[in-house]
Design a protein around this ligand. Structure first.
Ligand code: AMP
Length: 545
């Protein structure tokens, strides 16, 4: 497939708003693709380059991309930045710039979809001191061969913001229809192998190939997630439940095979290098091949520290040894997904827990099993008294469903309404905060795009504003006057008093009295709420509990 054909398809999808029409259009294209093209096509449509389990990243920031485009178009980098400011979208800006170039240059080669993927793979692989220059060379070649429309999607793919509205659900549905396979098998295979590209190849082979997929070591799967819930509702639904401390730390997934260990963050990044002490503890705690799920917490002198301390360690690349001494990180393991060649994701939780206790010594999350509301309530109160965030209640028969925020795991926390939103912009602060960002523009998802929902300017300590500045300063996409826009990557948890209807924001809703609670370093942009969930929250305000 030519990349030009892929780009034309993206443009058609971008113009459609009906979910079914979009699915039908993608479905038409799937059967004709080659073995090599199919997985790439499927991932590209979702704005992804590599499988979700893969730690590979192209690692091209806006600045490098602008430089490459400027070179090819024979303009200054500032002109690229200006065009982006004007258009408010990097893809359309690049398209316009390349269209102007088109009159003077001729294209030397047509880009193939596979070739673009190979080039992205090469860019992801280059390291060392010459890596920026080497990446730039490939970027220039790609854009030199790109027609304007291809430029639009190349730029967006490289920056991880394709925004054509094709989420995982739609692509999965197109795979189901194109290859006439059961939807539940596709979903299960996707959960186990964590790459919809590979699932499409298996779906083409048929149902048997899909049901043969197993979770495997060193291919992290998405984490199972929890909804908010109540003790009484869980007891009513399940009779007896397991209750665990909800630890305030960072989620991890630990993989061990033949003595080799890797540890992954909630975003499935390989963070083995940042957590050597945690890896050592877990390695020593089991002699089996395993995949473990848990939370890593920070401790000092035997007392748990707030989550921000864990975050610092996850991000620290230099001076690790000094930091390890200062802050002790310890794992609390609450699930076992795989042991010695056997996948346990379809095994009930109570059996997984028993197996976990048999293969791991120490570091297991505290748990009680009870059918009594008073027992559970007092476990909850004790957890709060000890300074924990709350508790988790889990249905004993529940299987492990990667990536699913179902009703079988619920979290019980004191009632403060908070919401996780993407940070998409900011305004410079004033007075002593003039060199930092002072107020932030937050967005939720809507049809695969991000739409603003609120600004937040309160709840930050000076130290937190400095940390936030550090995290955001290299992701600035555009700047005009006091305002800047970011490449969406960071997630904030914010508290609010109420959700209101609002004509001021494109999504139609706004937060009343938003207040910063914390950075959600463990969440990616795909994890934030979409406009339908906001509407639900809005409507729930009028329904008595
Ligand atoms: P939330 O991030 O508020 O949706 O709550 C779910 C998160 O709580 C999980 O993703 C874990 O990182 C964390 N967590 C802490 N303790 C547990 C536990 N015992 N079981 C499951 N998740 C836990």
């Amino acid at each position: 497939m030519l990349f030009a054909e892929f780009s034309a398809l993206c443009a058609r999808l971008e113009a459609l708003s009906g979910r079914l029409e979009m699915i039908a259009l993608v479905q038409e294209h799937l059967p004709g693709l080659s073995e090599a093209e199919l997985p790439v096509f499927v991932r590209f449509l979702m704005g992804k380059i590599f499988p979700d389990w893969s730690p590979d990243k192209v690692g091209v920031g806006p600045s490098l991309l602008y430089e490459g485009v400027a070179y090819v178009a024979g303009v200054k980098k500032d002109a690229v930045v200006e065009a982006i400011n004007r258009e408010g979208d990097v893809g359309r800006a690049v398209e316009q710039i390349l269209a102007r170039k088109e009159q003077t240059a001729f294209f030397s080669a047509e880009l193939e979809l596979e070739e673009v993927y190979r080039d992205f793979g090469y860019i992801a692989g280059v390291g060392g001191s010459r890596s920026q220059r080497e990446k730039l060379k490939v970027i220039r070649r790609l854009f030199a061969n790109a027609q304007p429309l291809e430029g639009r999607y190349l730029a967006r793919l490289l920056l991880g913001e394709l925004r054509i509205g094709m989420g995982e659900g739609n692509v999965r549905e197109a795979v189901v229809r194109a290859f006439d396979v059961p939807a539940d098998l596709v979903e299960h295979a996707h959960q186990a192998c964590n790459d919809l590209g590979e699932v499409a190849l298996l779906a083409r082979k048929g149902a048997q190939a899909l049901s043969d997929v197993r979770i495997s070591v060193f291919r992290p799967v998405k984490m199972m997630l929890a909804q908010q819930g109540s003790i009484t509702a869980m007891l009513a639904d399940h009779g007896s439940v397991a209750a665990e401390i909800k630890y305030d730390g960072s989620r991890f997934q630990f993989h061990k095979k033949d003595g080799a260990c890797r540890i992954y963050s909630r975003k499935l990044e390989d963070v083995t290098h940042a957590l050597p002490d945690v890896v050592q503890i877990l390695d020593a705690a089991t002699s089996h091949d395993v995949i473990l799920d848990g939370e890593v917490i920070a401790m000092k002198d035997g007392e748990p520290l707030p989550f921000q301390f864990v975050l610092r360690r996850f991000r620290r690349k230099h001076d690790l040894a000094a930091h390890i001494e200062e802050i002790e990180l310890v794992p609390r393991v609450f699930d076992l997904l795989y042991v010695d060649g056997e996948s346990l994701i379809d095994t009930p939780f109570s059996d997984r827990r028993a197996r976990l206790e048999a293969v791991l010594s120490g570091c297991i999350a505290e748990q009680i099993v009870s059918a009594d509301a008073d027992d559970l309530e007092s476990f909850y109160q004790q957890a709060l008294q000890k300074g924990h965030e709350g508790i988790m209640i889990k249905a004993p028969h529940s299987t492990y469903t990667p990536g699913v925020r179902g009703k079988l795991w619920v979290k019980i926390k004191p009632a403060v309404d908070t919401i996780d939103l993407a940070v998409i912009g900011a305004e410079w602060g004033e007075g002593r905060r003039a060199r930092l960002f002072g107020s932030f523009l937050l967005a939720c998802r809507k049809n695969g795009n991000l739409v603003p929902l609120s600004k937040v300017a309160t709840g930050f300590s000076d130290e937190m504003l400095a940390l936030v500045y550090d995290l955001l300063k290299d992701t600035v996409l555009t700047a005009s006057g006091k305002e800047v826009r970011f490449e969406p990557a960071l997630v904030f948890e914010v508290g609010y008093a109420e959700i209101q209807m609002s004509p001021n924001y494109e999504g139609g809703f706004a937060l009343r009295f938003p207040r910063f609670v914390r950075i959600r370093d463990d969440k990616s942009i795909e994890d934030i709420e979409d406009i339908e969930q906001i509407r639900d929250r809005y409507e729930r305000q009028f329904t008595p509990a």
